[in-house]
Design a protein around this ligand. Structure first.
Ligand SMILES: [Cu+2]
Length: 466
C-alpha cells in the first residue's frame, strides 16, 4: 500500500473493523493526517465560524476553543492529540494535567446532524488510552471502550474513529481506558452536534455557551493532581478553571441564552442561575419535549450527565451563576478547616507559630474574613476564597462565574463587559436611620383617605396620629 493511500484505506476499513492502528506510521504518513490544531491559552476563544459544510451558529466554550477540521471528500476530519498539558487553572496557578491538543479540557468538536466525521486520535501519553464519544449513536466498534470495543491506543499510536453524527445535541468525549487516572488528570472535551435545519425542539438562540465540570485534588504547593483520590477533591472547576478565572457568560438584554453543561467529576453539581428562570431543554439523550419542561432556577447535573438549559436574559446586571454546593465554590484551603466560630484564640497564633511556623488561624467569626486577609500561601496555590467585585471581596472560588446581562452589547461580543453599573437607588444599602433612608411609601390606615399629616416614617414611634 502506498503511504499516500494508507489513511484513506484505514479510514474505509475503520468503518468495518472497529478502529485501526497506525502503528508503523512514518513521518510522511503522519504528515498526511490533518494538522492537529493546538491551543496554548486558557482564554475563551472566539467562536469558530464554520468555513465549509452546513452552516450553524457556533458555541462559545468558556475558557476553551473549538477545533478546526479538514473537509475531505465530504467527510469532516479532526485530529485529537492526547498529551500531557499544563493548564492555568487560575491566574498564576498551574496544574500538570493530561488533555488534548494543548489544553484540558480538549477542544470542543462542533459538527452538524448528518455529518460524516473521521477523528484521528494520536496518543502522546505515557500509557494507553481510548476515546469514548459520550451520547453518540454509532457503530459499536467506534464507541471507544478499551478492551470491550477496541484494543487500547498504545503510546505513540494513532487510531481512527469514523461515524455519522446522527443525533443533534450536547455531548462530550473522554477516555474509556484507565479512566480513574485519566479523568482525574483532566481528559475530556465537549461535542456539539447542531441541527441540520429548523428543529421543532431546538430553538435558535442568540448566545450559546458550553462547559464541563471537573474536580481535582491538588495539594497546596503541588502541581500534579493526586489521581487516587475518590471523594476529597479540592479544586472544583468549570472547564478546568476556577473563579475568578472563569469567563463570564455575557448576553444582551432580550437575548435567548443556552448553556450546555456536562459533569465529569465524581459528584453531582446543582447549578444555580440568579435573576432568571430557565428550562432544561435537553440532555445528552436529546431535546426534551416542550410539554415536559418546567421552570427552574437550579438544576442538578449528576455524574456523567449533561444538561442544556435555556432562558431569556431580560434582567440587566451581574448575576451569580454557580454550583450550589458551597464547598464547590471554595479553593484549595477549604478542606480540613476546624470550625472556630465563637472560639477566642487571641494570643494563640504566636505561640503555635513558634512550633509550627506556617500555622494559620482560621475563621473566629466565620470564614468570610479570609477573603480579605492576605494569608501566606504555599507557591502555586490559589486562595480558598478569592475574586474582588465592585463592592469588595466575593469570597468565592471554584465553580462560580457571572451571567452579565447588558442593554448594549455587540451581537457577537462575548468578552467581559466589566462590572455592572447599577441604576441609582437600586443597590441594597446600610440602614442609617429614617432621615437618611430612601423615601418611605405613604402609609394609610385601611379605609382612610391619605392625608399629608398622617404619613408616618418607619421606625418613628413617638408620633401617634390616633
Ligand atoms: Cu458542585
Amino acid at each position: 500500500m502506498k503511504r499516500r493511500n494508507f489513511f484513506t484505506g484505514a479510514a474505509t476499513a475503520a468503518a468495518v473493523v472497529s478502529t485501526v492502528s497506525a502503528a508503523s506510521v512514518s513521518r510522511v504518513a503522519m504528515a498526511a493526517l490533518p494538522e492537529p490544531a493546538s491551543q496554548s491559552s486558557a482564554d475563551t476563544a472566539a467562536p469558530l465560524a464554520p468555513p465549509n459544510g452546513r452552516p450553524y451558529r457556533p458555541v462559545v466554550t468558556l475558557n476553551g476553543w473549538t477545533t478546526p477540521w479538514r473537509m475531505r471528500s465530504g467527510v469532516k476530519e479532526f485530529h485529537l492529540v492526547a498529551e500531557p498539558v499544563v493548564r492555568e487553572v487560575a491566574e498564576g496557578f498551574f496544574v500538570n494535567m493530561w488533555g488534548y491538543n494543548g489544553q484540558s479540557p480538549g477542544p470542543t468538536i462542533e459538527v452538524v446532524e448528518g455529518d460524516r466525521v473521521r477523528i484521528f486520535v494520536t496518543n502522546r501519553l505515557p500509557e494507553h488510552t481510548s476515546v469514548h464519544w459520550h451520547g453518540q449513536r454509532l457503530p459499536n466498534g467506534m464507541d471507544g471502550v478499551s478492551g470491550l470495543t477496541q484494543p487500547p491506543i498504545g503510546p505513540g499510536k494513532t487510531f481512527v474513529y469514523e461515524f455519522t453524527a446522527r443525533r443533534p445535541g450536547t455531548f462530550m468525549y473522554h477516555p474509556h481506558g484507565d479512566e480513574m487516572v485519566q479523568l482525574a488528570m483532566g481528559m475530556m472535551g465537549l461535542w456539539i452536534t447542531h441541527p441540520k435545519g429548523v428543529h421543532p425542539l431546538i430553538a435558535p438562540v442568540e448566545r450559546d455557551y458550553a462547559f464541563l465540570m471537573s474536580a481535582y485534588d491538588v495539594e497546596p504547593g503541588a502541581m500534579t493532581p493526586r489521581v487516587a483520590e475518590m471523594t476529597d477533591f479540592n479544586i472544583w472547576t468549570l472547564n478546568s478553571r476556577v473563579f475568578p478565572a472563569i469567563s463570564p457568560v455575557v448576553a444582551r438584554r432580550g437575548d435567548r441564552v443556552r448553556l450546555r453543561m456536562g459533569n465529569l467529576s465524581m459528584t453531582n453539581h446543582p447549578i444555580h442561575v440568579h435573576g432568571h428562570e430557565f428550562e432544561v431543554t435537553g440532555t445528552d439523550g436529546g431535546p426534551i419535549p416542550k410539554s415536559s419542561r418546567w421552570p427552574e432556577v437550579t438544576t442538578d447535573v449528576a455524574v456523567g450527565q449533561m444538561r442544556q438549559i435555556e432562558f431569556l436574559a431580560d434582567e440587566p446586571g451581574d448575576w451569580a451563576l454557580h454550583c450550589h454546593k458551597s464547598h464547590h465554590t471554595m479553593g484549595a484551603m477549604g478542606h480540613g478547616v476546624p470550625t472556630m466560630i465563637g472560639v477566642d484564640h487571641s494570643g494563640l497564633v504566636g505561640k503555635i507559630q513558634k512550633i509550627v511556623p506556617d500555622y494559620m488561624v482560621m475563621g473566629e467569626r466565620g470564614m468570610g474574613d479570609m477573603g480579605s486577609m492576605e494569608m501566606p500561601l504555599p507557591d502555586n496555590t490559589h486562595p480558598m476564597m478569592t475574586g474582588r467585585g465592585p463592592f469588595g471581596p466575593l469570597e468565592m472560588g471554584g465553580m462560580f462565574t457571572t451571567l452579565k446581562v447588558r442593554e448594549q452589547l455587540g451581537a457577537n461580543a462575548h468578552g467581559d463587559p466589566g462590572w455592572f453599573k447599577h441604576p441609582k437607588g437600586s443597590v441594597a444599602y446600610e440602614w442609617q436611620g429614617p432621615e437618611n433612608a430612601a423615601p418611605a411609601p405613604r402609609q394609610t390606615a385601611p379605609g382612610h383617605a391619605p392625608e399629608a399629616d398622617s404619613v408616618r416614617k418607619p421606625g418613628r414611634t413617638s408620633h401617634n396620629p390616633h
